[in-house]
Write a protein of this length. Structure first.
Length: 131
């Protein structure tokens, strides 16, 4: 059988800690109907650079109806909820692919009581690396 090229269309977005596996869905064109349900195939993945710019503690990422965001402390110590695009999830930390410039002060453990524009008094984390 000749090789075909498919596209990863969905992932479980997190590794199963017990098996260290990641469930994915790959869409493969099958115009000649050579592939049948239940067939086994050998797969090779071409993995490109993730484009990751920044790694933040997983506790800093907010998942809610407004989207995936992090709370940052902006000018005048005012909070701003910044939309971000996530990369790899390492359990205790998550890579951010887009949405941050790298000079932001991030709220490590935001609570639901925080509001956009709220003035805060930031304190430095005892371990700035987030580990």
């Amino acid at each position: 059988m000749q090789p075909v090229t498919g596209t990863v269309t969905r992932t479980a977005a997190a590794l199963d800690p017990g098996t260290r596996t990641l469930l994915i869905q790959v869409d493969i064109p099958n115009p000649s109907h050579r592939l049948f349900a239940g067939m086994f195939v050998y797969v090779t993945f071409k993995i490109g650079p993730s484009g990751t710019h920044w790694r933040v503690p997983s506790t800093a990422v907010i998942f809610n109806a407004q989207g995936t965001r992090v709370a940052i402390v902006g000018t005048g110590n005012k909070l701003h909820f910044q939309d971000v695009v996530l990369g790899r999830d390492f359990g205790t930390s998550i890579d951010i692919q887009a949405g941050l410039q790298g000079n932001e002060t991030i709220v490590k453990q935001p609570t639901v009581s925080l509001q956009e524009g709220q003035v805060v008094a930031p304190i430095e984390s005892p371990n700035p690396s987030g580990g």
